[in-house]
Design a protein around this ligand. Structure first.
Ligand code: SAM
Length: 264
């Protein structure tokens, strides 16, 4: 391995376990989609993906860009790999999508912005499949179902935007260099390309879960009048005592539509 000191501020934990790398490659959907990787690092995952797919990799760290350019000179020259030196969140601010055609996101994500990246991938209309390494706790939130204790805005949005979402397998800290402090998981989400999420829906959910163990009606009272809440509950047959994690994704969606339209 190159003598590169991992930078904590960029969430650098390089995946060194070849069995895990093989398992990620085997999990890639059998389709003709382009691939986008975020944070290629030293290129261990990139090297495996580019054997099968044309791809773009976004990397923020200048030191790593130099290494990747020489390591993948042939693939870059033959246009199998496009390397972009940028902060991926800034790239998403500049352009609506990370690629101008349908793509799958395959990455060992920097954990400090993993949730944000997945939410941006939900908003990116060209992104179809998401196969990403994240902290296990984050993967559990995105795959949580109603009444699970982890069920929150992330599980709701994920359920509403996807055809399928599940944890493929867990990855222990020893598989990385340096080893992270937490357990990791490979999260798989297949988006429903006919759906999109209204930006304000996210804000509405944040208000619903502001105090996750309190009654939902209590949380709602910070954004809605008592009368509105009471007629909303009546119309949608919601029980007064219900807690935020006990309401299904589709019911949240119906509630939001009524709140947005100001009807009750
Ligand atoms: N893919 C490599 C692997 O599996 O060994 C590295 C994964 S490491 C967990 C995360 C990578 O994301 C690092 O290379 C880091 O420099 C990069 N990164 C961190 N923040 C980023 C950002 N905002 N935009 C693009 N890349 C970023």
């Amino acid at each position: 391995m190159e003598k590169v000191k991992a930078k904590k501020q960029f969430g650098q934990n390089f995946l060194k376990d070849t069995t895990v790398l093989d398992k990620i490659i085997q999990s890639m959907p059998n389709n003709s989609n382009y691939v986008v990787e975020i944070g290629p690092g030293l290129g261990d995952l990139t090297k495996n993906i580019v054997k099968y797919k044309e791809m773009t990799a976004y990397e923020v760290d200048t030191d790593l860009i130099g290494i990747l350019e020489s390591k993948f000179a042939i693939e870059i020259e033959s246009k199998k790999l496009k390397l972009i030196h940028t902060d991926v969140l800034e790239a998403w601010d500049r352009q609506k999508s990370l690629h101008d055609g349908k793509y799958d996101l395959i990455a060992n994500l920097p954990y400090y912005i993993a949730t944000n990246i997945i939410l941006r991938a939900f908003e990116d209309d060209n992104c179809e499949n998401i196969i990403v390494m994240v902290q296990k706790e984050v993967a559990l939130k995105f795959t949580a179902k109603v009444k699970d204790k982890e069920f929150s805005s992330l599980g709701i949005i994920s359920e509403l935007i996807s055809l399928e979402s599940r944890i493929l397998f867990d990855v222990p800290p020893e598989s990385f260099d340096p080893a992270p402090k937490v357990m990791s998981s490979i999260l798989y989400i297949r988006k429903d390309m006919n759906k999109s999420i209204d930006k304000d829906f996210n804000k509405f959910l944040k208000a619903c879960f502001v105090q996750p163990r309190k009654k939902l009606s209590k949380n709602l009272s910070s954004i809605l009048s008592k009368e509105f809440i009471s007629s909303l509950y009546q119309e949608l047959e919601i029980s007064d005592n219900i807690r935020p994690h006990e309401v299904s994704s589709s019911l949240y969606s119906q509630m939001y539509t009524k709140v947005r339209d100001g009807r009750n």
